[in-house]
Design a protein around this ligand. Structure first.
Ligand SMILES: [Zn+2]
Ligand SMILES: [Zn+2]
Length: 289
C-alpha cells in the first residue's frame, strides 16, 4: 500500500498568482508531482523567476511532499530550424527556460526536439544537439538534480522525435555535454504508430523502448489518452480512459516495474472544472488496482 501511495502521479497545472501556487493546485487535484510552464508557452518574452516565489515553492514542496516538478518548454522553441534567426531566438529562449528551471529548483525541463523542415533529418538532429549545447553553456546545472528531458513527438512530417530511435540518437549526442533524459508521451507514442493497446503490441512497443532510449532514461511519462487513431500522427489529447488508448493500457503502464522510478503526469484537456482532479484520480485508481 505504501508503494501505491508513494507513486508519483500528477497533472499539468496553471501558475496564475506565481509559480509556487502550482504546488497548491497540484495538491488540490490529488497530485504529488506536477508540470507547469515557467512563462507563456506562446510568447518569446519571459519574466525572470522572483527569488521569493522560488523560495515559497521549495518550502511548500517540502511541507506537502510534492515532486519532482517538470517544466514544459515553450512551444515556440525550435532548436533545429533551418532559419538561423529562429534558431538563435530558440537558443536564447531555451537558455531562459533552463535558468528559470534551475531557479525554481525543478528537476525536469521537457523539450520537443523541433522541426527540421527544409533540411535533412540528420542535419536536424545535429542542429538540435548543437543548439542545446550552446544554449546551456556556462549555466550552473552541474551537480544539480536537474535533467533536460527530450520528449517523443506525434510523428508529424519533419518533426523530430516521432520515432524513438531519433529521441535516443539526440540523447546519445547530448550525453557528453548536458544532463539529459527522456519524457515519453502515451498519446504521441500511440499516434506515431506504436501499439500500447493490445497486450502483444505493448510488449513489442516496450521492446523498442528498451532497445532505443532504454527504460532507465525515461523519467516522466506524459499520460494522455488520444482522440485520434493509432498511427494517425494527430496529436489531440483526451481524458484518461475515454480515448483510443483506453484505461487498460494505462493500468499496464502504471504497473510496469521497468518504470518504477518514473513519474506519471497527465496533460489532459480541461473541459470542465475538476477535470485535473478527475484524471489524476483515474490514474491513481488504475495504479492501485
Ligand atoms: Zn506531452
Ligand atoms: Zn501532445
Amino acid at each position: 500500500m505504501a508503494n501505491v501511495l508513494k507513486k508519483r502521479i500528477g497533472v499539468h497545472v496553471g501558475t496564475a498568482g506565481g509559480a509556487w501556487t502550482a504546488v497548491e493546485r497540484a495538491v488540490a487535484a490529488g497530485a504529488n508531482t506536477f508540470q507547469i510552464f515557467s512563462s507563456s508557452p506562446r510568447m518569446w518574452k519571459a519574466a525572470p523567476v522572483k527569488a521569493a516565489d522560488a523560495a515559497k515553492m521549495r518550502d511548500l514542496r517540502v511541507k506537502l511532499d510534492v515532486g519532482p516538478v517538470a517544466i514544459h518548454a515553450s512551444y515556440l522553441i525550435n532548436l533545429c530550424s533551418q532559419t538561423e534567426s529562429v534558431r538563435t531566438s530558440s537558443e536564447a529562449a531555451f537558455r531562459g527556460e533552463v535558468e528559470r528551471a534551475l531557479a525554481l529548483g525543478a528537476e525536469y525541463l521537457v523539450l520537443h526536439p523541433g522541426s527540421w523542415k527544409g533540411l535533412t533529418r540528420e542535419e536536424g538532429l545535429r542542429l538540435a544537439a548543437e543548439s542545446i549545447e550552446k544554449a546551456i553553456d556556462g549555466l550552473p546545472w552541474q551537480g544539480k538534480d536537474f535533467k533536460i528531458l527530450i520528449e517523443n513527438t506525434a510523428g508529424a512530417e519533419f518533426s523530430l522525435g516521432g520515432k524513438l530511435e531519433q529521441v535516443a540518437e539526440l540523447v546519445e549526442r547530448l550525453k557528453a555535454c548536458a544532463p539529459v533524459g527522456v519524457c515519453l508521451d502515451t498519446c504521441h507514442v500511440h499516434v506515431a504508430g506504436y501499439d500500447l493497446v493490445s497486450p502483444d503490441g505493448y510488449i513489442e512497443t516496450m521492446m523498442v523502448v528498451g532497445d532505443t532510449v532504454g527504460f532507465e532514461a525515461v523519467k516522466v511519462w506524459h499520460c494522455n489518452d488520444a482522440k485520434a487513431a493509432m498511427g494517425s500522427k494527430l496529436d489531440r489529447h483526451e481524458h484518461i480512459g475515454e480515448g483510443t488508448i483506453g484505461a487498460e493500457a494505462f493500468r499496464r503502464l502504471l504497473h510496469d516495474q521497468r518504470f518504477g522510478h518514473a513519474v506519471f503526469i497527465a496533460e489532459t484537456p480541461v473541459d470542465a472544472p475538476g477535470d485535473e482532479a478527475r484524471n489524476v484520480g483515474v490514474l491513481r485508481a488504475l495504479s492501485a488496482g
